[in-house]
Design a protein around this ligand. Sequence first.
Ligand SMILES: [Zn+2]
Length: 241
Amino acid sequence: MGSFYLVIGKRLPQGLNAINDRSKCDKCGHKLAWYDLIPIFSYVFLRGKCRYCKAKIDILNPIIEISMGLLFVYAYKHFQIGYEMFMFMITSSLMMIIFISDFSYYIILDSPLVLSGILILILKLSYLGLKETAFSILAGIALFFCMLFIKIIGDKIFKRESLGGGDIKFAFIIGLTLGFQLGLCALILSTFLALPYSCAALMLKKNNEVPYGPFLASSLFIVFTFSTKFINLLDLIFISL
Ligand SMILES: [Zn+2]
């Protein structure tokens, strides 16, 4: 799956077909054979270099392949087969695709958002029932408008695009997955996660465009994985208020 997400995250933003186009070396353009494309193993046997031109293969490839494998093993070990395991697999997959496409091309693709939205709806309907699913959709819509509101204010203050369309659509998925309160937690957490990166990017580069998607995606992942801890935290805050 990690290998497949690399293909989606890197090819779709370039307007290439993820399934029909054959894999090529980024440097020399040589078509890659099936034995050049075995996850992790090919990278190890080729010692991280293209078989044909010896250009370095992006270290991101084996890292994403290994971490996706580990995440899926964790999903099975930690949750057992059921609602939470499938949700964990969907959110971690979405996180990985957004990491790849937003860091490389500053874009959150529509197709993974739509597909994961449909899968989440099917899961919620079959495990939690119609009422819960309807509440989740409402939470998604509420967070969508929260983000839209922040974008409109941000655009006015900074006089440029503050948030991308993908970030706003992604807020819907966050609400759909987590519900309104935890979804709001994830949005707040994402600003804290993005802050150090944004400061570093501002200081190091002239181009101060920061991809926000990876921070939203990791917040969704963190809040989902530790949802009981976040619910306890929310209870504490509400009691002390
Ligand atoms: Zn090459």
